[in-house]
Ligand binder design. Structure first.
Ligand code: NAD
Length: 351
């Protein structure tokens, strides 16, 4: 369908990146997909085991915050497009170590933008696609939705670093004419999600009869989207999104954390053949996170109306697929929950 192209995907060993890499490698045989990832605690090449020998796929280990490395890489390989997902992505970690978020999310993005300028000058089809989050918009009260024109108002070091990187991308478009698109998505869930995030954390803890830590009173509200639907949206925005535009991506699927926890407990009781209500007893309220945003909710009308995107699964279907994946991939869970991660986890959730 498209001309032969070399596409750089950053952060392809992570949660969302691995789904995007797989989708592109499998769908676009005419492309060569270069996956650049530093393999931090969140990067795991096991996520891509099924496609790692595909002829149109290669892996590059490297750090986007290393300016010399990025400029050398871009002078050797003439990428036709960049899909940028590499990031420090966990809000709690950004509270204990904000600088590593500045380094990867801000400096790393600017390194990629600088290196892309030269390629864009020589190739009028070049496109820089920056993947971002709805958290840049700050918090909502009980009503309203984030649209593409909602002013930025980030509250956590994570969202501040993502907001900053979004601004740099836009500024490179305005100042240097770099062709870019940006999308801001709500919370993803699905296979390969690192178990420090709510849904896989709870599935994992229910399996092992460990407490389910809920921040504050559990009324924090998030919009949830199945990760493969986000990957489909990314495919669409990369190919069909208008230059210089932002697209909000979301599931029209808002849940209070406490209600989501209860739903997961019910689904897991059935799956694990446990007595009704036994998993719910694991719910434990813990001290709130500082600067916690009450509610995020995305208006995804623009991508729906302009590009025809909509989620392909309901929340119930997506959760069932996710739970089955975690139950069938206990080995993956054991690998990622050992070592450094365990020490971090214990420090974070001490009550
Ligand atoms: P993740 O933490 O699972 O993966 C991030 C990947 O980036 C990892 O493979 C990691 O090794 C790599 N990485 C980190 N620092 C790097 C560096 N300095 N150089 C090279 N690689 C590095 O994150 P995710 O949840 O898959 O998120 C991917 C992107 O999508 C991020 O930009 C995030 O802000 C955005 N996003 C995530 C969500 C969500 O719900 N998870 C929602 C909206 C947007």
């Amino acid at each position: 369908k498209y001309a032969q192209k070399d596409i750089l995907i950053t952060g392809g060993a992570g949660f969302i990146g691995s789904h995007v890499v797989r989708r592109f490698v499998e769908t676009y045989k005419e492309y060569h997909i270069h996956n650049l990832d530093a393999l931090t605690y969140a990067g795991n090449l096991e996520n891509l085991r099924d496609i790692e020998t595909a002829p149109n796929y290669s892996f590059i280990k490297g750090d986007i915050s290393d300016t010399d490395f990025i400029s050398q890489l871009f002078s050797q390989k003439k990428f036709d497009g960049v899909i940028h997902l590499a990031a420090e992505s966990h809000v709690d970690r950004s509270i204990t170590d904000p600088l590593s978020f500045v380094k990867t999310n801000v400096l790393g993005t600017v390194n990629l933008l600088n290196a892309s300028l030269d390629l864009a000058k020589k190739n009028s089809d070049f496109r820089f696609y920056h993947i971002s989050t709805d958290e840049v918009y700050g918090a909502l009260s009980d009503t309203g939705l984030f649209t593409e024109t909602t002013p930025y108002s980030p509250n956590s070091p994570y969202s501040a670093s993502k907001a900053s990187s979004d601004h740099f991308v836009r500024a490179y478009g305005e100042t240097y004419g770099l062709p870019y698109v940006i999308s801001n998505c709500s919370n993803n869930y699905g296979p390969n999600h690192f178990p420090e995030k709510l849904i896989p954390l709870f599935i994992n803890n229910i399996i092992h009869n460990k407490p389910l830590p809920i921040y504050g009173d559990g009324n924090y509200t998030r919009d949830w989207l199945y990760v493969k639907d986000h990957a489909a949206a990314i495919d669409l925005v990369f190919h069909e999104g208008k230059k210089g535009e932002t697209y909000n991506i979301g599931g029209f699927n808002e849940w209070k954390n406490i209600d989501l926890a209860k739903l997961l407990c019910q689904l897991m009781d059935v799956k694990l053949k446990r007595a009704d209500g036994s998993s719910e007893k694991l719910i434990t309220f813990v001290k709130d996170r500082p600067g916690h945003d009450l509610r995020y909710a995305i208006d995804a009308a623009k991508i729906h109306e302009e590009l025809g995107w909509e989620p392909s699964v309901t929340f119930e279907e997506g959760l069932a697929l996710t739970i089955d994946w975690y139950l069938n991939n206990q080995e993956w869970l054991e690998h990622v929950t050992s070592g450094d991660y365990t020490a971090y986890y214990e420090k974070q959730y001490q009550q």
